[in-house]
Design a protein around this ligand. Structure first.
Ligand SMILES: [Zn+2]
Length: 102
């Protein structure tokens, strides 16, 4: 019973994270600060309930300063089968390996 509740709790947490990141995506051009707040909240929820932010959502914002990536605020380069995304708010670089599709 308890185990089931915990699973449900985490499922709800995951849903909330998704909604918050989607909101941040919609808001980032209008109100960048608010968009960042949404990401911060999503991060807090993920830590509290120990759920991972899904991969496809994690690439939408800077891991360090939590501002969503938006035009003019990040730079993308490809080097040695890696995508390097540089956040222009804080300078943080992240490397994402490109997996060859077979
Ligand atoms: Zn950053």
């Amino acid at each position: 019973m308890l185990k089931r509740e915990k699973r449900l709790e985490r499922k709800i947490a995951k849903e909330r994270i998704r909604i918050l990141i989607e909101k941040a995506e919609k808001m980032k051009l209008e109100d960048y600060e608010l968009a960042k707040r949404y990401v911060e909240l999503a991060k807090k929820i993920s830590m509290k309930y120990r759920v991972r932010i899904p991969k496809e959502l994690r690439v939408k914002f800077c891991k360090k300063c939590l501002y969503p990536y938006k035009f003019g605020k990040f730079r993308v380069r490809v080097r040695k089968s890696r995508v390097i995304i540089t956040c222009l708010n804080c300078g943080f670089e992240r490397r994402i390996p490109i997996r060859p599709k077979l």
